[in-house]
Design a protein around this ligand. Sequence first.
Ligand code: SF4
Ligand code: SF4
Length: 178
Amino acid sequence: MAKVKKKIKTIKIDADRCNGCRGCEIACSLFHAEPKYSSINPAKSRIQVVSHRLKDIWLPVFAGEYTPAECMGRDVYTIDGKEYDECGFCRAACPSRDLFKDPDTGLPLKCDMCEGEEEPWCVKWCLNDVLVVEEREEEVEEEEALDDMEIGLEALTNKFGMSKVMETLARMSMAKKG
Ligand code: SF4
Ligand code: SF4
């Protein structure tokens, strides 16, 4: 498969600079409100600041992929003498917690880097420079675009199995030939 260059955008987090103001959560929920900018609800934000005041922990975490199953092993990290909860760094919306789920619908939330915006809203409104966008180029394999027919056939084979689909096609072709 041919290789193509792709721009990868990431947000670097300097957690030591975070003071837990939660401006990023407000900005994200405002940008993704429906209609856009119509309401603020940090519970709907795709960035959440995991915090423990007594331990001086403020950790911004971005919503990643949804997973339908809980993981079996969990990690506790101690960094610079601060102990972070198990699941603290995890970005998944998973069945064991409510984080990264829309409180109204229960549907998983995922950071989309504020698609279409020059600068992600959480980055723009973090006044402590905790969140910084970084861009790099990576060589990746070119994905072959599936046309509509392939997409339809793929869905049918997933549902009924390849042999059933082939059988049906053969029968239809015989019927057409008459
Ligand atoms: S806006 Fe910045 S400083 Fe405030 S909680 Fe979010 S990441 Fe931390
Ligand atoms: S990049 Fe956009 S979608 Fe992702 S957490 Fe920040 S404001 Fe929300």
